[in-house]
Design a protein around this ligand. Structure first.
Ligand SMILES: Cc1cc2nc3c(=O)[nH]c(=O)nc-3n(C[C@H](O)[C@H](O)[C@H](O)COP(=O)(O)OP(=O)(O)OC[C@H]3O[C@@H](n4cnc5c(N)ncnc54)[C@H](O)[C@@H]3O)c2cc1C
Length: 536
């Protein structure tokens, strides 16, 4: 087995891994960082947001397929795999032999307790290669369990906004954005209709395009620093304790997926930032089975619908002198276009934040996801998406477990496609969750109808559990060692040189998009890593 020596080992290459890498390289003069990612580097710029391609900025529907391709499901109960019309010569599951176990199928998964929409994006940059970039500041109720001093955490959230390049006014130039905002403000004068704080910047060289924040943005200058190595298509299998100790990690075991060869990395400090499922998976596989590991899992519920702008709104756009120049220019070029909206008018990007009397997060916008493409059903310029995200109460029993398969406790189990222990979900919504979900649906229906009637086929609906991709809590931070996996610095309890990062560290029930909060926790954790590096 080949052995690599470095100072800092980081598992994962998503925005959180990149926050650690950037901060350590910026604040430490000599530390070398070795980052390992199971997916491949699919863009010449490591971790770049794929929506920065002009192609997708011109055609949002095309990006839906990029996201679909990027999401690998985590746990699906085996379906009825017996094929009754297959000739008897073909292979069928044997009588009483259960269903299929490959491709994310998991015989341990009860459908009623599943988060079927949960998925992993395996590529350099993680999910930040396709995310929507919504970065609101969480409401104080969404951070009641945060073990970091309130003022300090506010400052960390501010710094996180800087690292993610969050801006609030990049879509103010949009006609639709301004009109939809006006209509909603008039319909709901007591609600705060705001621009979404987005990790995006309009391009100075061509303001018709924007640059969405990817993991490359998070890395900043560190991306070209010689002290950073990013190794792709390599699995982090486990971290290994130094012989004779319980509190010190000595090495990480890797599997190079191209050559199928094992590699060991020796380092001074180890950071696992592989997303909300794979971070606890690696700890489990390392036989670090803390009581709270995988527990206190929260996932946001999600309601969705799309509306077509009311005719009165389209007429108001035509009549508005503020838009006259833009509309005239458009009409000269496209006299047969029945709409007064230039083709390159940016999409609306609005939100209603979590509040004391509406405990959910609202996005009123247009964006590609793995669903919601408009296709030929309508002109995409008149479509507005409504996405509402609801929180889930923190509950110890809501959890992800990993199948009894570990190198130290070997029993035949099921593995995921990458040979790691198979995750199984045990998640249910409480009576209070259900009540809030119902209120959220009612509110979404009412809010959406103020803008227009529902697009046929995109009527108000609850989306597949897990599809929010905002799982939190599975390696939560906290002061109580029985109810958390890591301390306020995200250092794993009982270890001198092991940290975790990602939405999995968030100990709260949240409705807002979590990435900014996770970056805030990672900035604090990186300072702790640096202090340990300096003392060794
Ligand atoms: C369509 C979509 C829209 C989204 N919109 C928003 C939004 O608007 N706002 C928001 O806050 N969040 C959003 N998110 C979620 C956001 O992208 C995630 O919160 C964020 O990427 C989490 O960062 P991370 O670094 O913790 O994990 P990830 O980005 O998931 O990165 C983890 C990385 O670890 C790698 N990995 C896993 N296992 C191993 C292993 N064994 N060895 C080596 N590497 C491994 C994975 O391949 C992956 O690249 C969205 C996501 C999607 C897909």
């Amino acid at each position: 087995m080949s052995v690599i020596e470095t100072d800092v080992f980081i598992a994962g290459s998503g925005p959180i891994a990149c926050t650690f890498a950037r901060k350590i390289i910026e604040k430490h003069d000599s530390a070398r960082v070795y980052m390992v990612e199971i997916g491949s580097q699919d863009n010449p710029i490591p971790g770049a947001h794929q929506k920065n391609s002009v192609k997708y900025q011109k055609d949002m529907d095309a990006f839906v397929n990029v996201i679909k391709g990027a999401l690998q499901p985590v746990s699906i109960p085996p379906g009825d795999a017996f094929n009754s019309t297959l000739g008897a010569a073909g292979w069928n599951p044997p009588v009483g032999g259960g269903g299929l176990v490959s491709e994310g199928f998991n015989p341990l998964q009860q459908p009623e307790l599943n988060l079927r929409g949960t998925a992993i994006t395996r590529t350099v940059g993680g999910m930040a290669t396709h995310w929507t970039c919504s970065c609101p500041i969480p409401h104080p109720e969404e951070r009641v369990n945060c073990p970091i001093d309130r003022t300090k955490f506010k400052d960390l959230l501010k710094q996180a906004g800087e690292i993610l390049n969050v801006n609030e006014n990049e879509f103010e130039i949009s006609i639709r954005h301004r009109e939809v905002k006006k209509v909603l403000k008039a319909a709901f004068p007591n609600r705060e209709i705001k621009n979404i704080p987005l990790a995006v910047k309009r391009r100075a060289d061509n303001p018709k395009l924007v640059t969405w924040t990817g993991s490359n943005t998070v890395l900043g200058g560190a991306i070209s620093n010689k002290r950073l190595t990013i190794r792709d298509e390599t699995r982090v299998t486990r971290v290994v304790r130094k012989q004779g100790t319980l509190d010190t990690i000595e090495a990480a075991d890797l599997l190079d997926l191209r050559t199928n060869k094992k590699v060991a990395v020796k380092a001074k400090v180890f950071i696992i930032a592989c997303g909300a499922i794979c971070t606890p998976q690696i700890l489990w596989n390392s036989d670090i089975k803390l009581q709270a590991l995988g527990r206190y899992l929260c996932e946001q519920s999600m309601t969705f619908c799309q509306v077509v702008l009311k005719k009165t709104i389209v007429d108001a756009i035509s009549a508005n002198p503020d838009y006259k120049d833009a509309i005239d220019k458009h009409k000269r070029k496209y006299p047969s276009d029945p709409l007064p909206i230039p083709f390159d008018d940016p999409e609306p990007q609005l939100m209603i934040g979590y509040s004391d009397n509406a405990k959910y997060h609202v996005q009123i916008h247009r964006d590609a996801f793995s669903y919601g493409d408009v296709g030929p059903r309508s002109d995409p310029r008149v479509i507005v998406d409504f996405r509402f995200f609801g929180k889930q109460d923190v509950n110890k029993d809501n959890r992800v477990e990993f199948s009894p398969f570990s190198p130290l406790d070997w029993r035949p189990g099921v593995t995921d496609k990458y040979g790691m222990p198979q995750p199984t979900f045990y998640v249910q919504r409480s009576a209070d969750d259900a009540k809030r979900d119902q209120e959220m649906m009612e509110d979404m229906t009412k809010t959406a109808l103020a803008v227009g009637p529902f697009l046929p086929g995109s009527y108000p609906q609850f989306m597949e559990p897990g599809l929010a991709l905002h799982i939190t809590g599975t390696t939560r931070v906290g002061l109580d060692k029985e109810k958390s996996v890591a301390d306020a610095n995200s250092r794993v309890h009982g270890f001198k040189n092991l940290w975790v990062g990602g939405n999995n560290v968030i100990p709260d029930a949240t409705a807002s998009n979590p990435t900014r909060t996770s970056v805030a926790y990672a900035i604090k954790a990186a300072d702790d890593v640096i202090s340990v590096l300096k003392s060794t």
